[in-house]
Ligand binder design. Sequence first.
Ligand SMILES: [Zn+2]
Length: 225
Amino acid sequence: MKSSPSLFLRAVALIPIFASAVAFANPAAGSASGPTPEAALRLLLEGNQRFIQGTVRHPHQTAERRKETSAGQAPFAVVLTCADSRLSPEIVFDQGLGDLFVVRNAGNLLSDHVIGSIEYAVEHLHAPLIVVMGHTRCGAVAAAVAGGEAGGHVQSIVDSLAFVVAAARARGGDTADQAEQINARMSADALAASDPVLAKAVAAGKLKVVGARYNLATGVVEWLP
Ligand SMILES: [Zn+2]
């Protein structure tokens, strides 16, 4: 048949278009070029394992990577964590330049500025994963558990954690230990439900939000249920 070759050529030409249409239609897929939420989480798990075991690779920290990322960024995860000097997401997850979009403040608190930064990373940079990571022996949480006057602007941090401490006391057990977990968990839940950007991305299967706690002594990132 005379039309066969041209039909074949047309079919070949359609493959890339079809493939990208599938990527957009697949609810498990992230952006067309980036990893899925599950694959992004796996990258962090593997990096943390290397950090714990002392087999770090220090990926993406070359002059070449710096040059490459100067033109644009496509981080595969957003990490909201505490400003504590004893943890740094790029170190504890063994990542490099352009890998993580990091937002930090004492107590890893949510605010409009924080949520806006995260929305930017999800909507414009297509990050498929958000990790809200508290940590053991968090000074902000300890101050909130202790109560009293913190003084200066630190008081606003303590005030923001009051409901977390109340929830931790209601749960029982070690209040600080519970509060560290509840703080990360509640913030992760709030981000996953945040309108108009994040909740929509979660519903579309393009974004996953997880809570975690970093152990200062062992280097282990505990993923919170
Ligand atoms: Zn802290």
